[in-house]
Design a protein around this ligand. Structure first.
Ligand code: ADP
Ligand code: ADP
Length: 235
């Protein structure tokens, strides 16, 4: 898996009086198995950037190559990209809508029209990977704590077997203990599966302990992009 962003620019309300440039000349290469922290203040363009990676937002200019294929080519199957690039939104409530945890996690793979047995297997496996016990199977996702809800949302995305997992502010709304638990779980998941992970956060402190590479955004630009050890080398 590799994703190449080549001179990506994006403006909201392009061509109107309300035009707002959110991304400027973004060049990035994301390789298989990386564990990346995408950091920046609110409004720096993080959400806009990650939505380009799975095709939810189309660049105003520039190119994106997924495994070498130009995703803006008219023959490119954007639907494949949506299942390969798993996005977990900041507020898991937006991603939960079934009556039980198990049904919720099955929703994605079911939509892929997989064999029902395969759907169940994937859901069990995903639950294990995020540390949800089988006692959770029949619980309503809406009765869960913030941290548990987030685990269900992550499991639902993992059950699609994406190549890359992108988590937008996975610690939002959690207390310090919940924060550590979910980040530890994500690190374990990365270690065990070697899936590419992008952790999006406005807090360097939150993610620096976990990731290998740090990308800092500022006012729509990539301000810094390097291995973590180089960030802290001068301190
Ligand atoms: P975050 O920093 O957590 O991404 P924001 O406050 O920047 O949160 O944005 C929250 C939501 O509001 C996002 O879905 C974003 O797309 C939308 N949003 C942010 N700024 C604007 C704006 N100026 N006009 C319309 N929607 C916006
Ligand atoms: P972040 O995720 O880092 O908080 P965003 O990608 O949400 O940043 O926002 C980048 C810029 O784009 C901000 O200036 C924000 O106000 C603006 N923006 C985000 N969403 C919208 C939107 N739907 N309409 C207009 N402007 C937006």
């Amino acid at each position: 898996m590799s994703i190449i962003l080549d001179k990506i620019n994006y403006s909201y309300n392009n061509g109107t009086a309300y035009e707002k440039q959110a991304l400027r000349d973004i060049n990035l290469v994301i390789n298989d198995g990386e564990f990346i922290g995408l950091i920046g203040h609110t409004g720096s363009g993080k959400s806009t950037l990650i939505q380009h990676l799975n095709g939810l937002i189309k660049a105003s200019s520039g190119n994106i190559y997924y495994n070498g294929a130009d995703i803006y080519d008219k023959d490119y199957k954007m639907k494949d990209l949506r299942s390969k690039v798993g996005l977990v939104f900041q507020y898991p409530e937006h991603q939960l809508f079934e009556t039980t945890v198990f049904k919720d996690i099955c929703f994605g793979p079911k939509n892929l029209k997989l064999d029902p047995l395969e759907v169940d297997l994937r859901a069990y496996e995903a639950m294990k990977l995020v540390g949800l016990g089988e006692d959770m199977l029949d619980v309503s996702p809406f009765e869960l704590s913030g941290g548990q809800k987030r685990r269900v949302a992550i499991a639902g995305v993992l059950a699609m077997k994406p190549d890359i997992l992108i988590l937008d502010e996975p610690t939002a709304g959690l207390d310090p203990r919940g924060r550590d638990e979910i980040l530890d779980q994500i690190e374990k998941l990365h270690r065990e599966t070697k899936i590419t992970v992008i952790l999006v956060s406005h807090s360097m402190e939150d993610v620096a302990k976990y990731v290998d590479r740090i990308i800092v955004m500022n006012k729509g630009e990539v301000f810094f992009d390097d291995e973590k050890r180089k960030v802290f080398a001068n301190y």
